[in-house]
Design a protein around this ligand. Structure first.
Ligand code: PMV
Length: 334
């Protein structure tokens, strides 16, 4: 059963879990699903668990033991969840998984979000004759592999709602507005294609060690998430920009003050932020910056600002540029 999916860019960032094993987040988060680059996954019943992965050029990609273990654990948790829904053995404990990814991994371009949302849709398709899962249930399966993946189940704008308690399905994603609501673009500038040192799975586990973590959670739950949703629904770019940039810098502050500290941003990131801020002021451009767990800068803008932002991006030395826009989310391929 084949599906395809894409990354998303978070405006209110997910950082820190109340349960690391089940990837139950501490706070809500919010993102826009992108239209590209794409991941395609094919799953089938098999006698053993096998995971094959292919590079964007079609050449086979060596997968380390850690990666294979992550797929195995995800399959085990998915089986637990399906048990809870009353369907035992809908998915066997062995499967063959073929991943074709057009996304360079580990540079803050949410490749795991695309992979696990895609896998969740593939599993959903594989078991559709036994149980018809809805989108929110598919988002739970995606979340079990990568929290942010649960948002890429949906197109447009979606929120991962933290929920409460310790049940496997106590947190799920919902769509805020679909991909036709607001034609935003995300011009992505990746200063380095080197793999980051500390992945987000390890990073989430350190979040609580920051003295700023509790204040961050409170700010999101009391105000920021709702402010960002309201700004998106009203298409109020100024409010949207203010709350998104505030939350991004706040997450990086938590990261940099955790023990050990995590420093994902580099000099190139800071230079790009300063330059785009100047350009925005001088040309009154509706554009905002945000960074996930890497030095990669996402410049999110309206249609009106797109060509100026694209020109700015291509003028940056030593950066790879990805031109993306709002997308449709994870889908089965018929
Ligand atoms: O889904 P994970 O475990 O890869 O965590 C994603 C964390 C951030 O990208 C930094 C923020 C987010 O909400 O996407």
């Amino acid at each position: 059963m084949k599906a395809h999916s894409t990354p998303n860019i978070a405006f209110i960032k997910y950082w820190g879990n109340r349960d690391n094993d089940l990837r139950l987040p501490q706070a809500d988060s919010l993102s826009m699903t992108l239209n590209t680059p794409t991941v395609e996954i094919d799953v089938d019943h098999a006698d053993t668990l096998s995971v094959q992965s292919f590079e964007p050029d079609g050449s086979p990609k060596e997968l380390g033991e850690k990666h294979v273990q992550r797929f195995a654990k995800h399959l085990e948790l998915t089986r637990h969840y399906l048990n809870k829904l009353g369907v035992t053995d809908a998915i066997p404990n062995k499967a063959s998984i073929t991943v074709r990814s057009g996304i360079p991994s580990g540079i803050g371009l949410a490749s795991s979000a695309a992979v696990f949302s895609c896998l969740a849709r593939s599993y959903q398709g594989l078991i559709k004759d036994t149980i018809e899962l809805n989108d929110e249930q598919a988002s739970v399966i995606a979340r079990l592999g990568s929290g942010s993946a649960s948002r890429s189940i949906f197109g447009g704008f979606s929120a991962l709602v933290a929920g409460e308690g310790s049940e496997i399905d106590s947190s799920k994603s919902v769509q805020i507005a679909d991909e036709n609501h607001w034609a935003l673009h995300d011009i992505v500038l990746a200063p380095s294609l080197q793999h980051k040192k500390v992945g987000s799975t390890e990073g989430h586990a350190l979040a609580q060690t920051s003295p700023h973590f509790a204040d961050r959670i409170e700010a999101i739950m009391n105000r920021r998430q709702q402010e960002c949703i309201d700004a998106i629904l009203a298409k109020d770019f100024e409010k949207f920009q203010a709350v998104t940039e505030e939350d991004c810098m706040d997450m990086h502050h938590v990261m940099e003050t955790s023990t050990p500290p995590l420093k994902y941003l580099n000099e190139v990131t800071h230079r790009i932020i300063a330059d785009i801020t100047n350009l925005r002021t001088s040309q009154h451009l509706p554009v905002l910056y945000t960074m996930d767990a890497g030095p990669t800068v996402h410049l999110v803008c309206t249609e009106e600002a797109r060509s100026a932002v694209v020109d700015f991006a291509h003028a940056q030395a030593d950066c790879t540029v990805f031109e993306t826009k709002i997308g449709k989310g994870a889908h089965l391929i018929k």
